[in-house]
Design a binder for this molecule. Structure first.
Ligand code: 5GP
Ligand code: MN
Length: 345
C-alpha cells in the first residue's frame, strides 16, 4: 500500500482540469535526463490512453541511451521546431511542467510557456518551486518526478490504464534519478511501486542494460582518461575531475558521453563530495556538477559558488571563466565547507 503523499485537493483539482481538457502539452527541463524523459513519457502514455491530444516538448536533445524509450520518437525538440512548438504551447488546454522548479530551467521555452493561457500544473521534486503554475505538485522527498507521475495516475484511479510502455518509462525515471536505486531510495514504497510496475510486464533488468550498458568505445576510453587526471583532496574527503574542450575533441566527445562521471570518485573510500568541471562546447562557460553522499549539502555550494542549485546530494551550476579558474573557486568552497566534510562511516 502507498501513503497518500499528494494532497487530495490537488488530485481533485487536476482531475477536474483533466476531464475537461483535450490538448495537453508536457514540458521538461533543458538537457533532459532519465527522469525528465521518463516522467514526461510516463504521463504521455497515460494521457494518450485517455484519448487526449498530447505532445511532449523539451528544450533540446536528450541522450541516446534514452532513445529506446517508447514514445521518445514523438518528443518535440524546441530548438529544432520552435514555431510548431510555440503553437502547441499557445493552444494547449493544460501544460504539465515536469521535473523542474523554475521557468529558467526550460530556457528558450520559458516565454512561450509563461505567455500561454493554458492551465498549468507543476509535477516535480526539486526544492523551492517558483510560483508559475496554478497547481503545484512538488514533493522534494520523493525519489523522482516519475514516481510522482505514478502516484498521481494511481490516485486519480487509473492504475489499470498504465500500459507496459508507460510503466517502462516511469521505471526508467525512478531508476536513473536514484542511480539504479543506490541513493535517495530508502523509502520502502519505492519497491512497492516497482512491484506494481513489474505487474505491467516490464523487464527491469533489460531496462538497466539499455540505459547503463550502452557505452561507445570512446566513452569508456574518455572515462579512463578523466579518472587518470582526477584530483583527490584527502584532507577534505573530496575529489575533482575535469574535461576541457580540447580533451573532448580528442575523444570524439558527443553529448552525454560524460553522463555519470561525477559519481565515480564517490566509490573511493572516504570520498563524500565530488565535482566535475566540463568546458561547454558552445558557450564560454564551465558546467559544474556536484555530488555528495550523506548530509553534505551540494546545493548550498552550487548556489553560493556556481550560481546554481539542485538537490542535497546532486546539484549543478555554471561558471563563466576557464576550467582552472573554476577549480580555484571549487577549492575555495572546499576550504569553507571542509568542516562539514567528514569521512564516510
Ligand atoms: P547534473 O549534475 O546532472 O547536471 O545536475 C544535477 C542536478 O543539479 C539537476 O537535477 C538540477 O537539479 C541541478 N542543476 C544542474 N545544473 C543546474 C543549474 O545550472 N542551475 C540550477 N539551479 N540547478 C542545476
Ligand atoms: Mn528528477
Amino acid at each position: 500500500m502507498l501513503t497518500k503523499v499528494i494532497e487530495q485537493t490537488k488530485i481533485d483539482h487536476f482531475t477536474k482540469w483533466f476531464e475537461r481538457a483535450d490538448k495537453i502539452v508536457i514540458v521538461s527541463h533543458v538537457s533532459p535526463d532519465g527522469d525528465a524523459i521518463g516522467s514526461s513519457l510516463g504521463l504521455y502514455h497515460f494521457l494518450d490512453s485517455q484519448d487526449k491530444t498530447v505532445n511532449v516538448i523539451v528544450p533540446n536533445a536528450f541522450p541516446d541511451f534514452l532513445k529506446w524509450m517508447p514514445g521518445s520518437k514523438d518528443i518535440l525538440l524546441y530548438d529544432r521546431y520552435k514555431d510548431f512548438a510555440d503553437k502547441l504551447i499557445a493552444e494547449a488546454d493544460i501544460i504539465c511542467c515536469l521535473d523542474f522548479n523554475a521557468l529558467k530551467r526550460i530556457e528558450d521555452m520559458a516565454d512561450a510557456v509563461a505567455a500561454s493561457p493554458a492551465r498549468k500544473v507543476l509535477i516535480d521534486h526539486h526544492l523551492y518551486p517558483e510560483d508559475f503554475c496554478k497547481i503545484i505538485i512538488s514533493y522534494p522527498k520523493v525519489s523522482s518526478t516519475s514516481e510522482l507521475v505514478f502516484r498521481l495516475i494511481c490516485r486519480m484511479g487509473y492504475f489499470s490504464d498504465i500500459s507496459k510502455e508507460g510503466a517502462e518509462c516511469i521505471y526508467t525515471g525512478m531508476m536513473t534519478d536514484t542511480g539504479g536505486f543506490t541513493y535517495n531510495s530508502n523509502n520502502r514504497e519505492i519497491y512497492f511501486i516497482i512491484s506494481e510496475l513489474l505487474s505491467k510486464d516490464i523487464d527491469k533488468d533489460d531496462i538497466y542494460r539499455k540505459v547503463y550498458n550502452t557505452y561507445s568505445e570512446s566513452r569508456l576510453r574518455l572515462m579512463g582518461y578523466v579518472l587518470s587526471n582526477m584530483v583527490v583532496y584527502s584532507d577534505c574527503n573530496a575529489a575533482l575531475i575535469s574535461l576541457t574542450k580540447d580533451e573532448q575533441n580528442k575523444f570524439d566527445y558527443i553529448k552525454g558521453d560524460s553522463e555519470g562521471f561525477v559519481n565515480i570518485p564517490l566509490s573511493i573510500k572516504n570520498v563524500c563530495f565530488t565535482c566535475f568541471l566540463r568546458e561547454d562546447t558552445e558557450r564560454p562557460m564551465v558546467k559544474i556538477s556536484l555530488r555528495s553522499v550523506g548530509t553534505f549539502p551540494c546545493n548550498q555550494v552550487a548556489a553560493e559558488f556556481f550560481n546554481g542549485g539542485g538537490h542535497l546530494n546532486a546539484s549543478g551550476g555554471e561558471f563563466y571563466g576557464t576550467i582552472d579558474e573554476a577549480k580555484v573557486v571549487f577549492e575555495k568552497a572546499l576550504e569553507k565547507y571542509k568542516f562539514l566534510l567528514t569521512a564516510k562511516d
